[in-house]
Design a binder for this molecule. Structure first.
Ligand code: ADP
Ligand code: MG
Length: 248
C-alpha cells in the first residue's frame, strides 16, 4: 500500500486580484513521479512555491500528515527552482564546493564543512555520473553540467521529495535526455518522490508515473493511461490529447 506523502486540501493562492490557484486538492503517494504540466501562467510555479511554504496560501498542505515546517526541519525536501540564467563564468567556486554547500542549511553554528561532507558530495556526484567535474570552476561548465551540479546540491541532504521547476528548459535535447534519465533513476532506484514541472506535457509521459494538469485549477490528475482513455480529456484537449498520448 503506497502511503500519502503530500496532501493539499482546498489550496488557493491570490496575487492581489489575480487568483493563481483556486481550491486545488490532491494527494501524492510516496514514490510517485508526478509531472506537473499546464500552459504558461497556469499556476505551476505557484503550486510548487506553496508546497515549499515560500508564499502564503489558503487551505492546507500536509506532509505525512504534519505541517510543512515540521517536515522541512527534517530536511526532507530537495528543491531546484525555475532557472532564469546560468552561473556567471567568473563565479569563484568549484563544482564540488557548490554541491557541499547544499549541507549548509542543516548545519548548526559554526557551519563547518567536514571531510565527511566532501565524501557525501563525492558519492552523490558519482551517482549522477559527474565525478569528473568536481574540481572544475562552476561558471565554466555547460548549462546541462551546471544543472546536474545543482541537482547534486539538492540531493546531498538525501531528500524524500525532490521538487524541480522546469529544470531542462535551457538545455539542449541531449542534455535534457541525460538529465531526465538521471531523475528517473533517482525515482526508480532510490525511491525519491519527484514533482517535476514542465510545460511540455508530451515529454512527461516517458518519465512520470502521474500527470497533474493545471490551469488555475486541476484539469486532470491521474495516470497517463487514464488521461489517454478519458473522453472528458478528449473533449477538453481535442487533438492535443492525442499529441500528449502519442509521445508517451
Ligand atoms: P506558471 O509557473 O504555470 O507559468 P505561475 O505560477 O508562475 O505560472 O503564475 C500563475 C499566475 O500568477 C500568472 O497569472 C502570473 O502572472 C501570476 N503571478 C505569479 N507570480 C506572481 C507575483 N509574484 N505577483 C503577481 N502575480 C504573479
Ligand atoms: Mg513557472
Amino acid at each position: 500500500m503506497p502511503s500519502t506523502i503530500i496532501e493539499a486540501k482546498n489550496l488557493s493562492v491570490k496575487y492581489g486580484e489575480i487568483e493563481a490557484l483556486s481550491k486545488v486538492s490532491f494527494k501524492i503517494d510516496s514514490g510517485d513521479y508526478v509531472g506537473i504540466v499546464g500552459p504558461n501562467g497556469s499556476g505551476k510555479s505557484t503550486l510548487i512555491k506553496s508546497i515549499l511554504g515560500l508564499i502564503p496560501f489558503e487551505g492546507e498542505i500536509l506532509f505525512h500528515g504534519e505541517s510543512l515546517s515540521e517536515f522541512m526541519l527534517k530536511k526532507n525536501v530537495g528543491y531546484l527552482p525555475q532557472k532564469m540564467s546560468f552561473i556567471d563564468q567568473r563565479f569563484p567556486a568549484t563544482a564540488i564546493e557548490i554541491v557541499v554547500s547544499g549541507l549548509y542549511c542543516q548545519k548548526k553554528f559554526p557551519k563547518r564543512i567536514t571531510g565527511d561532507d566532501y565524501s557525501s558530495a563525492k558519492k552523490i556526484m558519482q551517482t549522477l555520473a559527474i565525478s569528473d567535474l568536481a574540481t572544475r570552476s562552476i561558471g565554466k561548465l555547460s548549462g546541462g553540467q551546471q544543472q546536474r551540479i545543482l541537482l547534486a546540491r539538492a540531493l546531498i541532504v538525501s531528500p524524500q521529495i525532490l521538487i524541480l521547476d522546469e529544470p531542462t528548459v535551457a538545455l539542449d535535447p541531449q542534455s535534457r535526455e541525460t538529465f531526465s534519465l538521471t531523475v528517473q533513476k533517482l525515482n526508480r532506484e532510490l525511491g525519491v518522490t519527484v514533482l517535476l514541472v514542465s510545460h511540455d506535457a508530451g515529454s512527461m509521459g516517458k518519465y512520470a508515473s502521474k500527470l497533474l494538469y493545471l490551469d488555475g485549477k486541476i484539469i486532470f490528475y491521474g495516470t497517463f493511461e487514464d488521461f489517454c482513455k478519458s473522453p472528458q480529456m478528449t473533449n477538453y484537449f481535442g487533438d492535443n490529447q492525442h499529441i500528449i498520448c502519442h509521445r508517451h
